[in-house]
Design a protein around this ligand. Structure first.
Ligand code: SF4
Ligand code: SF4
Length: 274
């Protein structure tokens, strides 16, 4: 039973968030929203522990499709980074601001880049492509993310400065167009660089928030150097090029870990664990 403590703890964390937001914001939507997401994540992790092969993919689709289709398209809430800036500038603590604070700014201090591995609706499609084990070496073009990040801030800031009318509608269309672009660029890059997660490594603006917080993540894959025989299998299968042979937080690309546990599955010595 001890091995199920993590999914239970995860579910309790989301249940606490759900109840707290429901009561403080007097809006039952947050209760159902976070309870649904927490339940998907906890059940997915529990199924993974039971060695169900597609558990992570199932969670990614359950959460990703909910956010993309229900929240983004049907409820017309821009859950992308432009939506975050928009609600932030409006000065309201709701929708995308809450989503960002929990999934991408404070949450990663606890669960690292779990968002990228279990909830992102862009990555849920990219993970289906054929290059799960990337071609190496990594390109040195990660700076692009800062331009995308600044571009999103400039775009929304300009709408406010110029007092453009109909911002809600503009934000809805930017969500649709932005997502279409993300998919096109993500799939194109994955095929060109033979790396499913190339978009996550070089383009995604969210990583500007995610990477620094992930450095301090409580939940992370640890390396038992006494068991490790430096065979390099973990490095070989990692979709994010993390050097798991280094046990420290400074390991190469350590802040890119998406907690997919492929390295843990592949290690012949059982040297990797949470
Ligand atoms: S293979 Fe291991 S180090 Fe690489 S992203 Fe997955 S969990 Fe993280
Ligand atoms: S797969 Fe295991 S034994 Fe091999 S290098 Fe990685 S941690 Fe060490």
């Amino acid at each position: 039973m001890k091995k199920y403590l993590f999914p239970v703890g995860l579910w309790l964390l989301f249940a606490c968030i759900a109840v707290t937001l429901w009561l403080t914001l007097d809006n039952p939507f947050y209760f159902f929203n976070f309870l649904y997401i927490g339940t998907c994540l906890a059940v997915g992790v529990a199924l993974y522990i039971k060695k169900l092969k597609y558990a992570r993919t199932a969670v990614q689709f359950a959460v990703g499709l909910y956010m993309l289709v229900y929240l983004g398209i049907l409820s017309r809430e821009n859950m992308q980074i432009e939506g975050f800036w928009y609600y932030l500038f409006l000065g309201v603590f709701e929708a995308a601001v809450i989503h960002y604070v929990i999934a991408k700014i404070l949450g990663p201090l606890f669960f690292g880049r779990g968002w990228c591995g279990y909830a992102c609706w862009t990555a849920m499609v990219l993970d289906l492509l054929p290059y799960q084990t990337p071609r190496r070496p990594r390109k040195r073009i990660g700076f692009i993310r800062y331009f995308v990040f600044a571009g999103s801030l400039l775009f929304v800031g300009s709408l406010f400065l110029l007092r453009v009318p109909g911002m809600e509608t503009i934000l809805f269309w930017s969500f649709l167009i932005g997502n279409a672009l993300y998919y096109a660029v993500g799939i194109g890059l994955a095929l060109a660089l033979k790396d499913n997660r190339a978009f996550c490594k070089y383009i995604c603006p969210i990583t500007v928030f995610l990477k620094p917080a992930s450095y301090f993540a409580l939940v992370r894959v640890k390396t038992d150097t006494a068991k490790c025989v430096s065979c390099g299998k973990c490095k070989k299968v990692c979709p994010m090029d993390v050097d798991m042979t280094d046990p420290t937080r400074k390991r190469a690309n350590g802040t890119d870990c998406i907690l997919c546990f492929r390295c843990v599955e592949e290690c012949p010595r059982g040297a990797l664990h949470l």
